[in-house]
Design a protein around this ligand. Structure first.
Ligand SMILES: [Zn+2]
Ligand SMILES: [Zn+2]
Length: 359
């Protein structure tokens, strides 16, 4: 028997329950979770802002070690793997037979299976989320071996926050020399700063919290602005001035607030791209001046999850830039599985980067 934290409904304590370990068949594998982070999506589920099937073991942003291997003895890059190896995994997979999948638009799959998000824990193989001692990965879940010298703290956000940012910036056609505004300095915002910077951008980061903006400076932002001390018109004027009055080439929205999309568009240059990632709650309405947007020939691009290649780029980014950015500090708090309720409260406080559960 192994322990998992079960989420029953919003605003209700988790229940720590015992689960049987299912048989490892075919290409599946059992991973002993060593670190499972609380992602912004988990907070939305926890607060009831996004409805998910229950009972469920939450947890999708995670790292662990192979406990039991089925028939697959290589990871997605062809590296040989054995029991005991450290791995990260793509926590969701697509069906390959719906219309969006047939068009190659995998993140729009009609039948997406996402561990820790839409797979109940009372349905086989039960260990369907990472806020548990073990997680069961199916043959469809691709995974990557992690070099031993990379710590859990450095790599635990790769399979959600970082890979998501990489896909979003690629969808927004970020290219060398672009001026980028990152709206929101949570974990995704910090990765957006460092990854944009690595691609040769000048980066300006906005947030309401000095604690978070200090992190943004460490993670590559050239300029940080606490927008709480600004009147909106002054903010737009000041931000535009820093990019030679024209406005930014790219704005990436990571605040989860649709009301801020219009503000982002006003800081964008004509023909610029606004990439929205953070907003996933039900009934997220906001208003914007479509006339100005069309007349300025601006684009809004949305990005959800990521395609498999982003997981590879995420691991390579950590490997190649870990000397420049302190990825290990991305995890600011750690809790045992039994303290999961407290962990969620801290994660919701805006005074944490990533809060990790150590099952
Ligand atoms: Zn996530
Ligand atoms: Zn599909």
């Amino acid at each position: 028997m192994v322990k998992g934290a079960v989420f029953l409904k919003a605003n209700y304590p988790f229940e720590i329950k015992d689960f049987d370990i299912p048989a490892i068949e075919n290409n599946s594998l059992l991973v002993k979770v060593s670190m499972s982070n609380i992602c912004g999506s988990d907070l939305h589920f926890w607060k009831g802002e996004v409805k998910i099937p229950t009972p469920i073991i939450l947890g999708h942003e995670a790292v662990g070690r192979i406990e039991k291997l089925g028939k697959r003895n290589r990871d997605m890059m062809g590296n040989k793997v054995k029991e005991g190896d450290k791995v990260i995994y793509k926590y969701f997979y697509h069906c390959n037979h719906c219309y969006p999948c047939s068009l190659g638009d995998y993140t729009a799959c009609e039948n997406r299976v996402a561990l820790g998000v839409n797979q109940r824990c009372d349905i086989y193989p039960y260990l369907n989320g990472a806020m548990a001692e073990y997680i069961y990965l199916r043959g469809e879940n691709i995974f990557l071996k992690v070099p031993e010298d990379i710590s859990d703290e450095e790599v635990s956000s790769a399979n959600c926050a970082l890979a998501t940012i990489i896909q979003a910036l690629y969808r927004g056609n970020l290219s060398f020399g672009d001026n980028v505004i990152v709206m929101g300095a949570g974990a995704l915002g910090l990765y957006a700063c460092s990854f944009s910077k690595a691609l040769g951008a000048k980066v300006l980061c906005l947030d309401l919290s000095d604690y978070r903006l200090k992190s943004a400076e460490i993670f590559g932002a050239d300029v940080t602005i606490n927008s709480s001390s600004y009147d909106q018109e002054d903010l737009i004027r000041d931000v535009r001035k820093r990019f030679g009055d024209m406005g930014a080439d790219v704005v990436i929205g990571l605040t989860g607030s649709p009301k801020l999309v219009d503000l982002g568009l006003r800081m964008l240059r004509k023909g610029g791209r606004f990439i929205e990632v953070g907003t996933i709650s039900d009934n997220s309405y906001g208003s914007l001046d479509f006339g100005r947007m069309v007349y300025s020939s601006q684009k809004i691009i949305t990005s959800l999850n990521y395609e498999s290649w982003c997981l590879v780029k995420a691991l390579r980014f950590i490997e190649r830039y870990r000397d420049r950015y302190p990825f290990k500090d991305m995890v600011s708090h750690k809790f045992e599985l039994s303290k999961i309720d407290e962990a969620f409260k801290v994660a919701d406080s805006r005074k944490a980067r990533r809060v990790a559960i150590i099952p």
